[in-house]
Write a protein that binds this ligand. Structure first.
Ligand SMILES: Nc1ncnc2c1ncn2[C@@H]1O[C@H](COP(=O)(O)OP(=O)(O)O)[C@@H](O)[C@H]1O
Ligand SMILES: [Mg+2]
Length: 247
């Protein structure tokens, strides 16, 4: 990995970040002004890295939101790694607007249960591991805050890996009450999302704790769901997803 980092620095010195981006694959172009673009860049040694950048966003977005978000993501990736919770390895926060991290090879994102059949559906072990991963994360004082299928990857060995920890919070002993409140809100949100995902695949894995998370879904999550399904999706011309019995 040291070789990869050295090669990246060499390329950076020779081509600059724009030059590197020009030679990278665009994985996800931002669909809104507040989001970053995501690239994959392969180094001569064969190692690939993921580049998240706000370089093409207006200065006010970068100042107000982008830089904080990337800085937080970088720090939290370091925390996750320290606590032994599988997320991409943090490589560098380049300029304030660009984050470089490990590109996860041979992973696929977790999809909706309807996208699988009996032969392709992830096994129970995947979800057992995912539940224990989320619990370990919370016990370590970390929350994800944006836990959804798009941010959960299935690795080649069948184990889960979380990505996109830009909204994550690390609660410390001396954290002030506002941060504690946000931590609790995000913790509930993580558990609610986790419970709904697991419920849609293997309802028998739902224990009392996860059941409570579904039954006592906080008002802000219900409100968020309402906005997403009744306002945002129709406005963007997307069809409302039909309700599922199990989820
Ligand atoms: N480290 C990574 N390795 C491989 N693919 C990744 C990695 N991080 C993110 N992705 C893929 O890129 C997509 C967008 O990245 P993400 O960090 O979630 O950005 P956004 O904030 O735009 O959601 C993810 O849904 C995932 O499919
Ligand atoms: Mg994401």
């Amino acid at each position: 990995m040291t070789q990869a980092k050295a090669e990246f620095q060499e390329e950076l010195a020779a081509k600059g970040i724009r030059g590197i981006l020009a030679e990278s694959d665009l994985l996800k172009i931002s669909r809104s002004v507040g989001c970053c673009d995501v690239y994959c860049h392969r180094l001569p040694c064969g190692v690939a890295c993921l580049i998240k950048t706000y370089l093409d966003r207006p200065l006010w977005v970068r100042r107000l939101f982008g830089r904080r978000s990337l800085k937080n993501e970088f720090k939290r990736l370091v925390d996750f790694e320290r606590f032994g919770i599988r997320v991409p390895k943090p490589y560098a926060l380049l300029d304030a607007d660009t984050l470089v991290e490990e590109f996860l090879e041979n992973v696929v994102r977790l999809r909706d249960t309807r996208d699988y059949d009996d032969t392709t559906r992830p096994g129970r072990e995947f979800f057992v591991e995912l539940i224990s991963m989320v619990r370990k994360m919370h016990a370590s004082g970390l929350v994800h805050g944006d836990l959804r299928r798009a941010n959960i990857m299935i690795q080649a060995d069948g184990n889960p890996c979380m990505v996109d920890v830009a909204t994550s919070i690390h609660l410390k002993e001396r954290s002030w009450w506002g941060k504690r409140m946000l931590f609790n809100a995000f913790r509930n949100s993580d558990l609610f999302s986790l419970a709904r995902i697991v419920m849609s695949f293997y309802p028998d894995l739902i224990d009392d704790d996860l059941n409570r998370a579904i039954e006592q879904a906080p008002w802000y999550l219900r409100l968020g769901r309402f906005f997403r399904q009744e306002i945002y999706r129709p406005l963007r011309g997307k069809r409302r997803k039909p309700e599922r019995k199990s989820c």
